[in-house]
Design a protein around this ligand. Structure first.
Ligand SMILES: Cc1ncc(COP(=O)(O)O)c(C=O)c1O
Length: 410
């Protein structure tokens, strides 16, 4: 980015394939993997230095239950960047957002009780919440990516212990307005349904949208809400296993106090990295958000020029894009055509639930020109070598049409 020393150069495809993350280890060496929601940018320099320093002093033991500098760093970060006033006494470390969500559901709901969320949804919600013994109810998002209140009411009326809200949403990138969230809070509070607000994507709200942290929405939201956040998505630290539960009231705090202590299962390195991300990561994050904004613009131009059949609502946050591929005629699982013909690995949209049947892709290479989307309609293998942050998610609607969703983060 001009004016900053932040280096967002994405390594060559060959170097990316030397990585051992699921995103890169699963595919042949000529495949550009866009399958998992992690970016490929080099991590922020201060985080890198802090991790090297920890290794130099062989600091690889267990973490404290409370680290005031870490909590203070989180409080400073969310206050500065998200207008979210957090009480440091109401912050609890967990290994990751999914563990936090599952443990909170266990504390709130008895086995067999229902947990709900909006679809399309982050795929692990299905497997992990069901695996933990809960019944799942889903609410389809409307065409603009909003939670449809009539559908929500009908689900809540069936008895829902907890509603998992993804704020901002994965995979649509929708950023709900304060008004949308306030209505959701009213409905859930009236039904005595807890809202577990997964806000892991919030630091990546793109220019043009305003994120409202759940615990800042209203008294109802605070009364029946618990938030989860992490540096893992925005700072690309998923391997380091550190996330946070945040509460804003006595009842919610009491629920969290019933969780078995999780800090020993989180990573000391993750806590060190998160503290640096929250205190010294702003410049890097600004550069990434700026790059994602450029990628979003580039993707819109590429689609208009080369894949005009694809319908896309550009995301307001995250590096995800959800593309309607119905008119490409690639069948219900377009990711296989993209992989075999384009050598681009995309996620499977059907994994996001029935309304999102299709493919999901995440890339972190910078899109430098429109040849990343060749006129034939397939990403070409040669485009894989161009560095560009692009994350594609293809999705198809099973019924009655099909979609591609694109995620653009590299
Ligand atoms: C909405 C959402 N929640 C949770 C996660 C996973 O977070 P964690 O690795 O902290 O469990 C992701 C990862 O992509 C996500 O997109």
């Amino acid at each position: 980015m001009p004016g900053t020393a932040v280096d967002l150069t994405v390594p060559s495809l060959a170097d990316l394939h030397r990585r051992r993350s699921e995103k890169w280890a699963l595919h042949d060496e000529d495949v550009l993997s866009l399958t998992v929601a992690e970016m490929d940018f080099p991590i922020a320099h201060p985080i890198r230095e802090a991790l090297f320093a920890a290794i130099d002093r062989n600091d690889l033991g267990y973490a404290l239950a409370r680290t005031p500098t870490l909590t203070g760093a989180l409080v400073g970060f969310v206050g500065r960047r998200l207008d979210w006033a957090v009480d440091p006494e109401q912050v609890t470390v967990v290994p990751d957002v999914m563990v936090g969500l599952i443990e909170l559901c266990r504390a709130i709901a008895a086995p067999g009780q229902a947990v709900a969320f909006a679809t399309p949804a982050y795929p692990p919600f299905f497997a992990e919440l069901q695996g933990a013994g809960f019944r799942l109810f889903t609410v389809d998002l409307d065409a603009q990516g909003r939670i449809e209140l009539g559908a929500l009411d009908s689900v809540l009326s069936r008895g829902v212990a907890a509603f998992v809200l993804t704020n901002p949403h994965n995979p649509t990138g929708h950023v709900a307005t304060r008004e949308e969230l306030a209505l959701l809070a009213e409905r859930c509070a009236a039904a005595e349904t807890w809202v577990l607000a997964d806000e892991v994507h919030a630091p990546m709200v793109l220019p043009g949208a305003d994120h409202t942290p759940w615990l800042e929405v209203s008294d109802a939201a605070r009364e029946y809400g618990i938030a989860l956040t992490s540096a893992s998505k925005a700072f690309n630290l998923a391997a380091l296993k550190t996330a946070f539960i945040v509460t804003a009231g006595d009842r919610s705090r009491e629920i969290v106090s019933r969780l078995t202590a999780q800090h020993d299962h989180a990573s000391l390195l993750g806590m060190i990295a998160a503290e640096l991300a929250f205190t010294e990561g702003d410049t890097w994050l600004d550069a990434v958000v700026g790059q994602l904004q450029l990628n979003r613009t580039q993707l819109a131009a590429d689609l208009a020029a080369q894949l005009p059949e694809v319908h896309w609502i550009p995301p307001q946050a995250t590096y995800l894009a959800w593309l309607d591929c119905t008119r490409l005629g690639l069948g219900d699982e377009p990711e296989s055509a993209f992989l075999t013909q384009g050598r681009v690995a995309l996620g499977r949209g059907l994994d996001y639930g029935q309304p999102g049947a299709g493919t999901s892709v995440s890339t972190s290479q910078r899109v430098q020109n429109t040849s990343a989307m060749p006129s034939a309609g397939w990403p070409s293998p040669s485009s894989a070598n161009r560095s560009a942050p692009l994350l594609l998610v293809l999705r198809r609607r099973v019924d009655p049409d099909s979609r591609i969703a694109v995620v653009f983060a590299r």
